[in-house]
Design a protein around this ligand. Structure first.
Ligand code: GLC
Ligand code: CA
Length: 557
């Protein structure tokens, strides 16, 4: 397998609004991030993915961009941004920027022009259509509730917005628009960035004629992996990406491994890797993410194994268990109470021993958890607020909706980073834009740094191991004991070396018997979240709550 720096890297995702506030206005900012660069270096990460910091009216916290080449005033200035980039590079870390080009803000100069008249030169930068029988042009629904079309009286037409009404979709059919995007990307790359994370990049190509959905659900069949998406990405690759030694990761909704191989194939024609969502749907019911459903470990393993094996040698995985759009991994897949420490480490072990590039979302490395605000007024996220209104109007019970928000709402991940046990968790000297999780006195960076047994130090060690053992990066994955409902066990193999990873996913202790004999010459326990006696035979184990072990075996036959 071809060696690449982005395969060997660990990425740390920063959601700037919630990371660190330097000037007491309650909003995280670039100088705040700069003040924490040594912290990131201590953790050992290689690459920072910075969520959008561009000018934006913040309808969707920066994912609605009004100027792609300017910095959001609340976050600082271009000089601050340059200082951040230099500070990362000086410390041997890289920076990838969020690229949000499926849509812009309705306050972007292009859209301000576009909506003025049907013959405006920017009209065709967006997707405008007349209504059909006094209604929307088709039945597509927005990801943020309601129809995906907004009527605009000025020209008596509707514009398409797959997300909020303030996020009009850009028209990728227009070569002039594509040229603008490529020039803007080149401009950032020439400033020295190391790559892009591309927001919902597999919905940029819409089926010509914009037909209704065939089943009346208004779903994404006519724009998810639309007809020209690969053509557009190959063009972008030719025009821009291929000219730089960078890393690219595409956020792709609803893709199969077969499609992922097209987007992120090792032939390098499009992107380096994709974020796929299959695992993130594991606890959703038929009506979608807000319908919280129980999940089973066998299903979890099936999904992960499918991606591990189908991409092997063909494309590269990105490995994440949470981000700014998802609940906290610990509350979702682990135990955020009594077993907080061990379960966070168990999940971290999985994240760092699968094949693919691991992504750590800010606060994950100290075991931050979901939050339960009492009232809807305390929430800020547009997706959550729109859903709340929509569900109430459809007759759902308010208390029930709150339970869905506690389990799945995006603000779970967006509460301010917990730096210490002082007021507002040390995030701000003012009033934070979103309340701090009340558990900050027990869960914070200061405590974590001072405790050698902390989740933080375990993440640090996992990252170090990746640098020391090629097999962690390149080894081939194989599942063991597939049917086991409590234990996730698998191997990674490279030449005569093998990693054996055994994870108890539950509180209940588990007796584990390996369903196959592994013969080897020597073994070493690379990492685990409990004390272990060295000569224990891993073919037969008594695993404690959420126990995780990683053995490295030499001379495997
Ligand atoms: C992506 C982002 C999310 C945003 C949406 C619209 O899914 O991760 O935060 O709301 O795209 O840009
Ligand atoms: Ca600030």
């Amino acid at each position: 397998m071809e060696k690449k720096w982005w395969k060997e890297s660990v990425v740390y995702q920063i959601y700037p609004r919630s990371f660190m506030d330097s000037n007491g206005d309650g909003i995280g900012d670039l100088q705040g991030i700069i003040s924490k660069l040594d912290y990131l270096k201590t953790l050992g990460i290689d690459v920072v993915w910075l969520c959008p910091v561009y000018e934006s009216p913040n309808d969707d916290n920066g994912y609605d961009i009004s100027n792609y080449q300017g910095i959001m005033h609340e976050f600082g200035t271009m000089a601050d941004w340059e200082e951040l980039l230099a500070g990362l590079h000086e410390r041997g870390m890289k920076l990838i920027m969020d690229l949000v080009v499926n849509h812009s803000s309705d306050e972007h100069a292009w859209f301000v022009e576009s909506r003025k008249s049907k013959d405006n030169e920017y009209r065709d930068y967006y997707i405008w259509r007349p209504g059909k029988d006094g209604k929307e042009p088709n039945d597509w629904g927005s990801f943020f509730s309601g129809p995906a079309w907004q009527y605009d009286a000025q020209t008596d037409e509707y514009y398409l917005h797959l997300f909020s009404t303030k996020q009009p979709d850009l028209n990728w059919e227009n070569p002039k628009l594509r040229r603008e995007v490529y020039d803007m990307m080149t401009w950032w790359l020439d400033k020295g960035i190391d790559g892009f994370r591309m927001d919902v990049i597999n919905v940029i190509s819409k089926e010509p004629g914009l037909p209704d959905s065939s089943d009346g659900s208004g779903s994404g069949e006519h724009y998810i992996n639309g007809p020209r998406v690969h053509e557009f990405l190959q063009e972008m690759n030719r025009e821009v990406l291929s000219k730089y030694d960078i890393m690219t990761v595409g956020e792709t909704v609803d893709v199969t491994p077969e499609e992922a191989v097209l987007f992120a194939g090792s032939d390098g024609k499009e992107l380096n890797m994709v974020f796929q969502f299959e695992l993130m749907g594991i606890d959703s019911g038929p009506t979608g993410k807000w319908e919280v459903a129980p999940w089973k470990l066998t299903r979890f393993k099936e999904i992960v194994s499918k991606w591990q094996t189908k991409l092997e040698g063909k494309a590269w995985n990105s490995i994440y268990l949470n981000n700014h759009d998802q609940p906290r991994l610990l509350s979702r897949f682990g135990h955020d109470g009594e077993h907080h420490n061990v379960s966070a480490k168990m999940l971290a072990t999985l994240l760092h021993t699968l094949q693919g590039t691991p992504y750590i979302y800010q606060g994950e490395e100290i075991g931050m958890t979901n939050v339960r605000f009492e009232t809807i007024e305390e929430y800020q996220d547009i997706e959550t607020l729109n859903m709340y209104k929509d569900y109430l109007s459809k007759g759902h019970d308010a208390a029930e909706i709150m339970e869905s928000i506690y389990a799945k709402g995006r603000d779970n991940a967006r509460t301010p980073m917990q730096w210490n046990g002082e007021a507002q968790a040390g995030f701000t000297t003012g009033t934070p834009w979103l309340a701090v999780n009340p558990n900050y006195k027990e869960i914070n960076v200061e405590l974590a740094l001072n405790d050698p047994n902390s989740v933080f130090h375990y993440y640090k060690k996992l990252i170090e191991l990746r640098k020391q053992h090629d097999i962690i990066v390149y080894g081939k994955y194989a599942i063991l004991n597939e049917e086991n409902e409590q234990i996730y066990a698998f191997t990674r193999t490279l030449g005569e070396e093998q990693l054996l990873v055994v994870l108890n996913f539950y509180e209940k202790p588990a007796d584990f018997k390996l369903d196959q004999e592994i013969r080897f010459q020597s073994k070493e326990l690379l990492i685990g979240n409990y004390e272990v006696s060295v000569d224990e035979d891993f073919h037969q184990l008594s695993l404690r709550p959420y126990e995780a072990r990683v053995y490295k075996l030499q001379g495997v036959k």
